[in-house]
Each structure stands twice: as structure tokens, then as C-alpha cells.
Design a protein around this ligand. Structure first.
Ligand SMILES: Cc1cc2nc3c(=O)[nH]c(=O)nc-3n(C[C@H](O)[C@H](O)[C@H](O)COP(=O)(O)OP(=O)(O)OC[C@H]3O[C@@H](n4cnc5c(N)ncnc54)[C@H](O)[C@@H]3O)c2cc1C
Length: 663
């Protein structure tokens, strides 16, 4: 098949015009404030960046037409956001920077939730007159907390480009839950806003798609192999009849049933602690093949079921972790924790996975920004923030004490004098190719921790080594706007796990309505699908998989994603009448080469290392007037951690001492 024919088959040429995508930079028509005639006239080069796009039009952050959430195409770490940082890594220096006439009480590097929270806590402690500047390299604030907007006629559709939900808010620290409260977020309200009955009332379940490249033929199997949280994934009790529909070897089918049913203690000579250690240092893949001795086809079935959570497959996730999340094969083993078989249920006090704003935790970031700069958006509730339009032109207003400057990559932070008694830090950042210098009495590094040694080369070697130890976990969150979701209704599904496919999961958006925002609850309505890809290289140690994945993400053009989306959705949903050419209306690919904070994978990390000796703890020590935040600084990829670490960094800045807070 020629490229042209295959494009036609996938509907590449129809419905979504090139004008919509502009090679990876597109504006949701109707939502953008740019006139569409401008779009028609615009022809950007391959993978041109949103930043370049805005700049080529003479549109800066100060321009009233600047509105990044409405951009579709390649988002997340969009072209234009990372090149300056990468050239710093490769040895480029910006000695030509002049000194700007600006000085601040606090300069925050990184406008994600941690950086925004740090600004919030600093202002709370230092008073409303404190002058604070937040610098971020992306064209939008929020870091991973990214809002994606779409339009279906007059209707606004909201998606999340990164951070999805407030997970288990009951376990948030006093600081993090206190901040949510001060921002007006009452998580109890999600019990009303999240329609937990909708999909159930339509009898929509989770399914598994076995692709022909991996399993010999395409099969949409209307069951889930792993019983995760019922509110989201669903589960199934396997029977021989159900298993017979899976396109794998007959022996593998029997092994699947055996895994689910048998209660064998594979380690009769080990006590519970030794069993725990054994499972911790054995991957689930090895457990299946070498301990439970299943047919290799069973591994293919489970391989990418851990991608969403760990960004690697079962070859790089411990059997202990899989045991804790309900994988089969462990029924006969000695208990390794006091968790009962039903732990995790709501009856046991575990919170459901429902604390979700339509744009994910971008709403948390937007509430922080509205609190820091009230004039940038109307309203004051958790409901009205969802549809409030941020006026980006007001974010960096010289009249305000708090300012947010986007498209600005920090390339150096140096004390003015000896770090032990300096009164100021000089910060250099690059905006539109120009280097600028500023001064701050304090500087919080809320950026990826691995870049800090490049910004502060005079830090102690041990600290720099610790900061680059972690490798962030790459992944892609893709939002696809579809004309309607009748195909899901016809097929009786809402979530698809696809163990061999490009995207490991596809799901209908969360059914959440709040304020003026209404979830498109009729299948006839246009809605968003959420697809996840985790670029792994099975078999390598996890950090090497992350490095390879990052490279893959940065070198994959938007075109490839679009092609894969059309192909996969067409094959999975075709039997329900889905036609990619007619049904796909817009695509936003949020790629995160530096995604989740590195989470100290127990399979590859020393077991006897005390928490205080984790590299993230050594790396986050204050250095003169520079303190270190970001979820990286506690090795957990969560919103509450980002907040806690922002708080700790501010306490350290104000007290001049390391803080144990957030350990
Ligand atoms: C796809 C995805 C899904 C997630 N889902 C969830 C979820 O459901 N729930 C949850 O609790 N957590 C989730 N997380 C984890 C998420 O990372 C944290 O919740 C939180 O948003 C991290 O915030 P942060 O401020 O620490 O880091 P970030 O959001 O990464 O913010 C750091 C910012 O600093 C910027 N920066 C880096 N270097 C520089 C520089 N030199 N100059 C200027 N700026 C710089 C970065 O580009 C970025 O914008 C998810 C993460 C990802 C990637």
C-alpha cells in the first residue's frame, strides 16, 4: 500500500484538514481568538512550535489573543519548550545576557503545581507586598497540570493533558489538604459531580484489545484481565469459555485460569519477610515465567498492564508491586503485609478514584494562579474556575507583585558573592532567543531536579550527583475529540486495555459535570477519548527504558501519532460503527519526555537504604539562597507531593535551614 492509499484508508486526508493541524500546532477552531483566515494563511514548518507560531505572528504573552489551552496538535513538552535547556546540557552558555532592571523577593523556576504552591506559601508568609516572579519554559503554566480545550459547535469540551486526578485526598498532608481548602476545593463535592452511575446504567464495561501484530488476529475481548478499581477499570471472573476467546496458545489459556484459581505457595521454605524480599527483587514477568512457569503468551497478555502506573511493563515492575495491585498468582503465598484480600474497597475506607476536574489538576494550577493574580480570571469557587477564561496578558503585569513569565527557560542561577552569606541570587533566563538577568533575594528551583546542576554548577558535587540520579518517566496523554460515542455504546465498553498496541489504554473521559460544565452524557454528543502511550524498551533496566523512551518521544512527529490513533481506534471500534475519517474531529498529543517523577523502583534500588539517604533527599538540600522543590524532590509523582515540597522549599528559604517537612 502506498503512503497516500494508507492515508486515505485511515482518513488522514479528510475531516481534519491540514489547516487544523499545521504540522503539530493547531488551534481549536472557534475557541481560539485568532481569526481563522489567519490560520488558513499560516503554513508552519514541520513540527514548528506553538511558541514559534505565536512569535511568528508577533503574538507574545502580553497579547490578548495569546491563549495556549486552545492549541491542539503537539502539546505537553511542545516544540519550542525544551531546546534551550537541551543546548545548556550540551554546553551552550549565555554570557551575553544584560541585567534587567528587575529584582524580586522570590524567583521561582518552574510554574508547575510545586512552583505555584511555593509562590503561594511564600506570599502567605512574607505578606502580600512580597514581589514574586515565576518563570516557566512552556507556553502555558501548570507544568504537568495542563488544560486542553476543544470545541464542539458552541460547546466547550475540556481534557487533561497531564495530571489527571486528586488521588486519595484523605491521605494528603495537613499542608496539602489545607492548601486545597484555602483554594476552595471541597473534595466531598466530587461524590455529587462525578456521575458514577452513568456508564453502569448503560452497561458499559472494560475490554481488552488483542492486536494481530502481537496475537495473530484483532480481537476485542469484552473483559479485563486484571481486576483493578471497579469504579474505573472493572474486572471479570474468568471461566474456560471466556478465556477460550483470547487469541493465545491453549496452554497459556489453561495457565491463566490456573493463575487465577490455584493457591500455591511457590516459596514454602521462605518466611513472610523472605517471601516479601523475593517478590520485591523478582519482576512479575520473571515470577510468571520462572516461578509460576506459565506459557510465554501469558506474559504478552499482562505486559503493558503496568504502563499507566509505572511507565514500564511487567518486565520492570516487581512481583510485590503487582501483588499489591491485584494481579493473579499470589493466592497461595504467605501474606507479606497486613492488607486483607478486600483492602482497597470503599467499605474499608479507601477513597474512590473520582476527584477529577474536567481539565484534571489543571484546575488546581488555575486556582493557584487566580489566587496569586486575582485580576487574571473572574470568579472565586472551585466550580467557576472550570469555565473561567484566564487572561494571559495579565499574568506578567508590572503593576502586580506576583508575575508569571512564560516561554522563559532559566539557564543559570548564581549567588551574588559567596553562597554562604550572599544576599541575592542572579537568575538568567532565555526568552525568544534573548538572555535576560534578574535578581532575587531567594530562588526556589521547582523545575525538574535533573536540570538543577546545570543551572547551579557551583553546587557541591555530591548534591549534583544526587540531583541527576533520578530519570523522569516518559509518557503520552492524548485527547481525541470524536463526533459521538455511539460505537462505545454499541460495543458495551468504556475502557480498553490494549497489551500489544501503540496506545496501551483508551477510555471515555470521566463523567464529571460541575459549575457550567456538563459532561456530554448522551452517546450522540461529541466527547473526548483519552489514550495513553508509554514508550518502553522491555528488558532494559527501568532508567534505561526511560531514557530510550524520552528519545523516542522527542523524535516522533505528530504525524506518526495521528496515524497510529486513526489505525488503532478504527480497528478497536470498527465493529461498533466507528469510522476514523468521519468520527475524529481533533487530536491533542501531550507528550511528556520528562513525565512522572522517578519513583525508586524497588526492583532496581537497594532495599536497605534509609529514606534519608535517598538521592532525592540529598539533592534537595538548600544551597545558600537557593532551595529545591518539585515532586522530584521527594521521588513521588503526585500533586500533594508537589505541594508539600513547594512548602518545604519555602520554609527552608525563610529559615535558612534544611527542613524535615515533606520527608
Ligand atoms: C501524564 C501525567 C499524569 C499524571 N497524573 C497524576 C495524577 O492523576 N495525580 C497526581 O497527583 N499526580 C499526577 N501526575 C504527577 C504530576 O507530575 C504531579 O502531580 C505534579 O503536577 C508535578 O508538579 P511539579 O510542579 O512538581 O512538576 P511539573 O509539573 O513538571 O512542573 C515543573 C515545571 O518546571 C518547568 N521547568 C523545567 N526546567 C525549567 C527551566 N530551566 N526554566 C523554567 N522552567 C523549567 C517544567 O517545564 C515544568 O513546567 C501526573 C504526571 C504526568 C506527567
Amino acid at each position: 500500500m502506498t503512503r497516500k492509499e494508507s492515508e486515505a484508508e485511515l482518513g488522514m486526508c479528510s475531516n481534519i484538514t491540514r489547516r487544523d493541524f499545521l504540522n503539530g500546532v493547531a488551534i481549536t477552531l472557534g475557541a481560539a481568538m485568532l481569526p481563522s483566515s489567519d490560520l488558513l494563511a499560516q503554513e508552519a514548518g514541520p513540527d514548528s512550535s506553538a511558541q514559534e507560531y505565536f512569535l511568528s505572528k508577533g503574538i507574545t504573552q502580553q497579547d490578548p489573543t495569546y491563549y495556549p489551552p486552545a492549541l491542539t496538535g503537539m502539546r505537553g513538552s511542545h516544540p519550542g519548550s525544551f531546546e534551550v535547556a537541551h543546548s545548556l546540557r550540551d554546553g551552550h552558555r549565555w554570557s551575553e545576557a544584560g541585567t534587567d532592571e528587575e529584582s524580586y523577593d522570590l524567583i521561582v523556576v518552574g510554574g508547575g503545581i510545586s512552583g505555584l504552591a511555593a509562590a503561594y506559601f511564600f506570599r502567605q508568609a512574607a505578606g502580600a507586598k512580597a514581589k514574586i516572579l515565576i518563570l516557566d519554559n512552556h507556553d502555558d503554566f501548570g507544568g504537568h497540570a495542563k488544560r486542553n480545550e476543544f470545541r464542539a459547535g458552541d460547546r466547550l469540551l475540556l481534557g487533561y493533558g497531564g495530571t489527571q486526578s486528586i488521588e486519595a485526598p484523605g491521605r494528603y498532608s495537613k499542608v496539602a489538604s489545607g492548601l486545597l481548602k484555602e483554594l476552595g476545593i471541597d473534595t466531598q463535592k466530587f461524590y455529587k459531580y462525578y456521575d458514577r452511575k452513568l456508564f453502569e446504567s448503560m452497561n458499559l464495561k472494560s475490554a481488552t484489545f488483542f492486536d494481530k501484530e502481537t496475537f495473530g488476529k484483532d480481537v476485542l475481548w469484552p473483559h479485563m484481565i486484571v481486576g483493578f478499581d471497579e469504579t474505573f477499570f472493572g474486572s471479570t471472573n474468568l471461566t474456560p469459555e471466556i478465556v477460550a476467546q483470547i487469541p493465545i496458545d491453549e496452554v497459556a489459556r489453561k495457565d491463566l485460569l490456573r493463575l487465577q484459581r490455584e493457591a500455591v505457595d511457590y516459596f514454602p521454605d521462605l518466611d513472610p519477610q523472605q517471601t516479601r524480599l523475593k517478590l520485591m527483587k523478582t519482576s512479575y514477568k520473571d515470577f510468571l515465567l520462572q516461578v509460576a512457569k506459565v506459557h510465554p503468551d501469558v506474559v504478552k497478555v499482562f505486559q503493558s498492564s503496568t504502563h499507566d502506573l509505572y511507565c514500564v511493563g511487567i518486565d520492570a515492575v516487581s512481583a510485590l508491586a503487582c501483588r499489591g495491585t491485584g494481579y493473579p498468582g499470589f493466592r497461595g503465598l504467605k501474606p507479606t503485609t497486613r492488607r486483607s484480600a478486600t483492602a482497597g474497597s470503599e467499605e474499608e475506607g479507601e477513597e474512590p478514584y473520582i476527584f477529577h476536574f474536567p481539565d484534571g489538576n489543571a484546575s488546581v494550577a488555575r486556582l493557584l494562579v487566580r489566587s496569586l493574580i486575582p485580576e487574571c480570571a473572574p470568579g472565586h469557587t472551585m466550580e467557576d474556575i472550570v469555565t473561567a477564561k484566564i487572561n494571559y496578558a495579565r499574568l506578567d503585569n508590572p503593576q502586580n507583585n506576583v508575575r508569571i513569565r512564560l516561554n522563559s527557560t532559566v539557564v543559570a542561577a548564581k549567588h551574588v558573592g559567596d553562597p554562604s552569606n550572599a544576599k541575592e541570587v542572579e537568575v538568567t533566563y532565555v526568552l525568544a532567543g534573548q538572555a535576560h538577568k534578574l535578581r532575587g533575594a531567594h530562588c526556589v528551583m521547582a523545575c525538574y531536579n535533573c536540570i538543577v546542576p546545570y543551572l547551579c554548577p557551583e553546587m557541591p558535587e555530591k548534591q549534583k550527583e544526587a540531583l541527576v540520579y533520578a530519570v523522569k518517566q516518559p509518557l503520552v496523554y492524548t485527547n481525541v475529540q470524536i463526533r459521538n460515542w455511539t460505537s462505545f455504546q454499541k460495543l458495551g465498553i468504556r475502557y480498553i486495555y490494549a497489551p500489544g498496541s501503540y496506545f496501551c489504554s483508551t477510555t471515555l473521559d470521566f463523567p464529571v459535570s460541575l459549575g457550567d460544565y456538563k459532561f456530554p452524557s448522551s452517546p450522540e454528543e461529541s466527547c473526548l477519548l483519552h489514550l495513553v502511550r508509554t514508550p518502553c524498551s522491555p528488558g532494559l533496566p527501568c532508567k534505561d527504558q526511560f531514557r530510550a523512551g524520552r528519545y523516542e518521544l522527542l523524535s516522533t512527529p505528530f504525524d506518526t501519532f495521528e496515524r497510529k490513533i486513526r489505525d488503532q481506534l478504527g480497528r478497536m471500534l470498527g465493529a461498533g460503527g466507528f469510522d476514523p475519517a468521519k468520527d475524529i474531529q481533533a487530536i491533542t498529543v501531550n507528550r511528556w519526555p520528562h513525565g512522572y517523577a522517578y519513583e525508586y523502583n524497588q526492583l532496581f534500588e537497594p532495599v536497605d537504604r534509609p529514606p534519608s539517604e535517598r538521592p532525592c533527599v540529598i539533592g534537595r538540600q538548600p544551597f545558600g539562597r537557593i532551595t529545591i522543590a518539585n515532586s522530584d524532590s521527594d521521588g513521588h509523582a503526585y500533586t500533594n507531593i508537589a505541594i508539600d515540597q513547594g512548602y518545604r522549599a519555602v520554609q527552608e528559604a525563610l529559615s535558612g535551614k534544611p527542613s524535615r517537612q515533606g520527608s
